[in-house]
Design a protein around this ligand. Sequence first.
Ligand SMILES: Nc1ncnc2c1ncn2[C@@H]1O[C@H](COP(=O)(O)OP(=O)(O)OP(=O)(O)O)[C@@H](O)[C@H]1O
Ligand SMILES: [Mg+2]
Length: 289
Amino acid sequence: MIVVPVMSTKGGVGKSTTAANLGAFCADTGKRVLLIDLDAQPTLSSYFRLEHEAPGGIYELVGTNEIRLDRIVSRTGIRNLDIIVSNDSKGQLDNLLLNAADGRLRLLNLLPVFKDQYDLVLIDTKGTRCITLEMAMLAADRAISPIVPEILAAREFQRGTLELYSELQAFARLGIRLPNIKLMVNRAEYVSTDARMITEGLRRSFGNDPVVQVLETAIPHIASYRKAALHGMPAHRYETRRPAGRKAPPCFDTMRSLAIEVFPEWEEDLERLSPNDLPPSPAPEEDQI
Ligand SMILES: Nc1ncnc2c1ncn2[C@@H]1O[C@H](COP(=O)(O)OP(=O)(O)OP(=O)(O)O)[C@@H](O)[C@H]1O
Ligand SMILES: [Mg+2]
């Protein structure tokens, strides 16, 4: 089982969108995927239609150590894709964890109960530094950090995420290994030279970095990601072919190359999925939204 938080100390960079789309792509290739929504604002929890809703969610898992799967795991309409929804509407979890002796280590300690049921646990996190984000990082095997190609976002990554990372190094003394960070450029403008320069700059800065790797796959800024979310659909199902006249690749190709880069050990399985294997979906031109 691979545990991957999607994280950033900056809001609105595409964390929930990435968690939903990457999770669904892997699920469609047959991987058993569990999404965990650690953000008190339940964007990921409301992305997919739920076929079965468990009575509890993240509050029961993290707040009360509930590990009976039928009490906390809901099923989405997508095969192999389950979710622990965010039900911490009053934002109590952070306080609760701050006051618990094992606060930052709670998820690391709980996750082994999922290891026979799932191949991948993808965790959506809050776009600001908080104890739930630190807890997710300490439970992780690798992390994905979406970044928008703007100079201020690049600075925030250096200041916010890397500072958080260096403070968490203290846990190395307890034998906890911190995950490497896969920096994923999101909302890349195909026409903007600024965006290209910032992406190149990030690649240069982290060229030989032992912790941060800038992914080759950049997610283009195209309406299909937003529209897929409005339909409650994974982007790779929503757009399998490149629309005429657009330069950016179709969501299916982008999500596949992202999945392969993040999970190279699954390359063969991820490569095998073809648009023909997917259930039918509304064509973008029929889109009324
Ligand atoms: N590549 C993209 N192209 C176009 N729109 C995108 C793209 N990625 C994300 N978006 C849109 O940007 C908005 C913010 O995305 P999302 O909610 O995933 O960000 P977030 O990092 O989870 O935000 P928060 O910090 O508030 O949790 C959404 O409306 C989403 O549809
Ligand atoms: Mg979000």
